[in-house]
Design a protein around this ligand. Structure first.
Ligand code: CA
Ligand code: CA
Ligand code: CA
Length: 395
């Protein structure tokens, strides 16, 4: 008995569990490389952008998609799995309306529709459904003759949102049924997860797709036509078994824990503002760059590029008079923050765009102990050092 348990543990803990992995980190000769089973895919129009972990694939919502080339290999590997796990990171940029979907992953018939206008045969991970709008769906559809059957279909109960990243995992096994995780939290209450067909005790996976003609990312069949995804898809993995909640956490952290940001080392610790300032630096795995002065408002912009360097131009009028901390923050797809900062000193005390006698008179007016903008050096006093700093910025 002990012997058998050991063997089971050895098999289930082995690296062979991973049936496929598309990192979407690079496009090579119009291909996305799949590293576990060689299920390489051809890129049709999609482009590389900042993803959840380094590169991700951006689809334009018009006609971009990704198609796995060797369907016999798909059928022999992931297509034959009765149990398994699918994991994906995605950010969708278009809100599907009625009878519209944003298809993330589709295994099924290439061109075969049911009487409802859905695919006649397929497994589809998508946002949207009939009038579902922004709910996330994982649906198995199967048709024999005139009879279309939906053995399994769950969706998020709540709408999810455009323009932010999500991580979804679904694990399926005979013994444990179906489990769904959204952003590393298992969802199972009806307030979170809706079973439209089937229930959580079901075990249906890719081998239940009876017609396996295509494996697409960013494209699916709906409303009697091909539908296309708008947004970024990244880090799609399929395991040949239901992974544990601790492994779901590992997969989430594999992406969520990665990120870095730095202001270039040659930028002085204290920056004297003249007109404005330009800051340069490097970052890694950042999808949003923002700045703020002290605890003030955050100004953020999305990062789409995979360039390792960034540049930020701030006008002098955005810098409050006096001495402040300029905080630079990068966030990754999991909204983890990475920060760096510099002290900035704005000598234009009356904010009229010039440093001159008017600013000097303001400074002299508060001579002595003072916690005020005129204390440029930050030593709690307005004194000669502050005058010299102001004169150095004259003009
Ligand atoms: Ca990636
Ligand atoms: Ca001034
Ligand atoms: Ca001072």
């Amino acid at each position: 008995m002990l012997h058998i348990a050991y063997i089971v543990l050895a098999i289930s803990g082995g690296r062979g569990d991973l049936a496929s992995y598309w990192s979407f980190d690079a496009i090579e000769d119009d291909k996305i490389v799949e590293t576990a089973s060689g299920l390489h895919a051809t890129v049709h129009g999609a482009t590389l952008k900042a993803g959840a972990l380094h590169g991700g694939l951006y689809f334009d919502g018009a006609d971009d998609f990704l198609a796995v080339d060797a369907m016999p290999a798909v059928q022999k590997t992931i297509g034959s799995l009765d149990e398994g796990t699918i994991s994906a990171w995605f950010r969708f940029d278009h809100n599907p309306g009625v009878m519209d979907i944003e298809p993330i992953f589709y295994l099924g018939a290439a061109n075969q529709y049911s009487s409802f206008g859905t695919t006649a045969n397929g497994y589809e991970l998508e946002i949207g459904h009939f009038s579902a709008q922004r709910r996330l769906y994982w649906t198995l559809i199967s048709t024999e003759g005139e009879n279309t059957d939906i053995p399994l279909c769950w969706s998020t109960t709540d709408h999810i949102n455009t323009s932010r990243w999500y991580h979804v995992v679904s694990t399926v096994s005979e013994s444990e049924g179906t489990h769904v995780y959204l952003d590393n939290v298992e969802i199972f209450n009806p307030s979170e997860l809706t079973w439209n067909f089937g229930d959580e005790n079901m075990c249906r996976f890719l081998n239940d797709v009876t017609v396996q003609e295509v494996l697409w990312f960013g494209k699916g069949l709906w409303d009697n036509e091909e539908k296309f995804y708008k947004g970024v898809i990244d880090e799609v993995k399929i395991w040949n078994r239901a992974i544990t909640s601790s492994e779901v956490n590992d997969e989430y952290e594999r992406v969520a824990s990665v990120g870095a940001i730095q202001i270039d080392e040659d930028v002085a610790d204290e920056i004297i503002v003249s007109q404005g300032i330009e800051l340069a630096g490097t970052y890694d795995n950042i999808v949003e760059l923002s700045w703020r002065i002290d605890d003030g408002n955050v100004t953020a912009s999305d990062v789409e590029s995979l360039e390792p360097t960034w540049l930020l131009s701030l006008s002098g009028s955005e810098m409050l008079p006096g001495r402040h901390v300029l905080n630079i923050r990068g966030r990754n797809a999991a909204l983890r923050s990475f920060t760096d900062s510099r002290v900035v000193i704005q000598p234009d005390l009356n904010a009229d765009g010039a440093v001159n006698i008017h600013d000097l008179l303001m400074l002299i007016g508060v001579w002595g102990d003072c916690s005020c903008p005129e204390d440029f050096s930050g030593n709690g006093r307005v004194d000669v050092a502050d005058v010299l700093l102001l004169i150095g910025a004259w003009g």
